[in-house]
Design a protein around this ligand. Sequence first.
Ligand SMILES: O=c1ccn([C@@H]2O[C@H](COP(=O)(O)OP(=O)(O)O[C@H]3O[C@H](CO)[C@@H](O)[C@H](O)[C@H]3O)[C@@H](O)[C@H]2O)c(=O)[nH]1
Ligand SMILES: [Mn+2]
Length: 732
Amino acid sequence: MAEKSHAPLFETKPAKNLFIFRSYAVSVFAGIIFIFCYRVHHLPEPNTAARWAWLGAFFSELWFVIYWFVTVVVRWNPVHRRTFKDRLSQRYEKVLPGIDIFVCTADPVIEPPTMVINTVLSVMAYNYPPDKMSVYLSDDGCSDLTFYAMLEASRFSKKWLPFCRKFNVEPRSPEAYFKSAAESLDDSLKRQEWLSMKNLYEDMKQRIEAMAELGRVTDDMREQHKGFLEWDSVSSRRDHQTIFQILIDGTDSTAVDDEGQPLPTLAYLAREKRPQYHHNFKAGAMNALIRISSKISNAPIILNVDCDMYSNNSDSVRDALCFLLDEENGHDIAYVQYPQNFDNLTENDLYSSSLGLINHVEFHGLDGNGGPMYIGTGCFHRRDALSGRKYMPEGETDSLKRERHDQKQDSARVLEETCKTLADCAYEENTDWGKEMGLNYGCTVEDVLTGLSMQCRGWRSVFFKPERNAFMGVAPTTLLQSLVQHKRWSGGDFQITLSRHCPFLYGHGKIPLKLQICYCNYLLWAANSLPSLFYVTVPSLCLLRGISLFPKVSNLWGLPFMYVIAATMVYSATEFMWTCGSTLRGWWNDQRMGLYRRTTSHLFGFLDNILGLLGVTKSTFVITEKVAGDDVSKRYKQELMEFGTASPMFTVLTTIALINVSCLIGTMLSLAMHGHAIDQLAMQISWCGLLVYINLPLYNGLFSREDEGRMPTSVTYKSAIFALLAFALAWV
Ligand SMILES: O=c1ccn([C@@H]2O[C@H](COP(=O)(O)OP(=O)(O)O[C@H]3O[C@H](CO)[C@@H](O)[C@H](O)[C@H]3O)[C@@H](O)[C@H]2O)c(=O)[nH]1
Ligand SMILES: [Mn+2]
């Protein structure tokens, strides 16, 4: 009996079939050694163009091997986790800890209020005692429309929560639920309830959208809640006082749903913004929420979600608690990170937004090597760890059993007033907030940096991927959006590499070396750009002058090259289709996006950092668009690449594509005319051909499309000039 009470709440298992990957890695490593022998033994004459190109290829390959080694470390020891929620209920149902849920939004146009409240409703409806949950929305857009939508949501929740309980609804975002679930309920009474709930939701949605269309909240609506008065003194979203409103006060015994069950607390916050203070983007918003919630509910667990990431699995809180409450192995876990999943992907994931590799492969690997990164959304934290406390092996056991804050006797109105100052700009002056406390400032991937800090303070983290996806968000639906998002990520990650937070320095002696290496899988994205740029241009340009950078196919030295390339492609495609459950085309799209990101997002992220170090630029957080126009969505659904805008990123892509296609055609013509043997250049020509092939959608956008999503002519001209310049350079 005693043994049973200590049965673990979760279990960890190593991944299966690891020998396949390990044999691949070992054999490729052998191939790589041969490649380097070849490079060193066949150096061309000094002071020739061939010599420089050769050295360039050598150093690029050296870099790729270093990076490849990182990806091998990531994949060496993956683990999978399983939870036992029934044991959690048996042991803890009566004493479940409180949980504070933070939702962040920043712009009512890019992130429409209906989307925001769907996320809010989905988390309010978790299968968890509502009196133990509090939901806080941070609105960096300071929009009365969002506030109005929250008011609607607070009313709607009184019906939605009982409905979810009664029919065990999944997912609990009304929009997603009514979109996916057919009204197949056979019982006519149920059917009626279902329909009336759907109508109720549609009506609310319509009211909110009408108000958004109007662009302001109508006067009769404004009279319904005193909170709207706050907007009388808002001059702009970048210059206003703190607005904090408790819409549902969970401690109030009259705050109940239509079945008389308690409701979760629901609060709206727009922290103070003043032009003279940096607001530190999402990190600033989260820190304001940490402070304010500590005065209201002060729950020991904090869940953080982006406003577009609704809960898709009502048991996620319980799953997360299985880790955090485990008596044997839970006390040093700072956070439980769920994967980011998306519900707007196309069949073959045109822009490779599914994060398939991260979710199915890499994060299991990080988990096995010391713990996944914190990736900003879908993450359950221990409040203490997030607030900045170091892990202490003794005395951890009670940290989750803390009571609500003493001030709970105060009425909501009094609390609102006393809490406001906590979200004022000046509050953080001369404090450790943003440094040692809360989320870290100064980095566009505040999440990754914060997770690393927690791990360096002695905490562990776990990655949990339940069978039913825990969260579903919105992935970028245009090429440019995706590239810009990756620029923020790779630039931010690289910033960490160059700073004192570089895992090898900051994490030295604090986190395992293998985890430090794993971080490089992401922190070196930006650094990949230069060797990649070399590899997709110089070998092709060399063709024009007949400079050969690779051995003959018939030569024995050709074997290691061909083996390494073929094995890596086959392994990567298999991994993508088998482990990530994608299609072959999905893999090919991922390869294309990998190439595009390396040569644009990562390059620009790299340059940004260099300029940042020189003090020329300051990084900003460009919010990812969550709605697209009708035409754009149509093309997205058809998996037709969206260009459409004249962006420098497209100029880079087009220039590279033009260089490759010209080199390929030029070389073929000259070979045909002079009748030279193809053997010496075969590998280089194949590489160039592959680049042309992967770029087919781009040529299509350049030359044969008529729709709005084609490549703008200005980009084509600019790129043609750059390509000509490259040819001229190649000749000198
Ligand atoms: O000044 C800001 C800017 C953004 N956000 C919020 O931050 C979240 C993420 O922004 P989004 O534009 O959707 O960026 P993504 O690239 O999708 O976000 C990923 O990457 C970010 C770091 O770059 C993390 O913060 C996110 O959690 C993670 O999902 C959204 O909820 C925004 O509302 C704010 O609250 N304030
Ligand atoms: Mn997002």
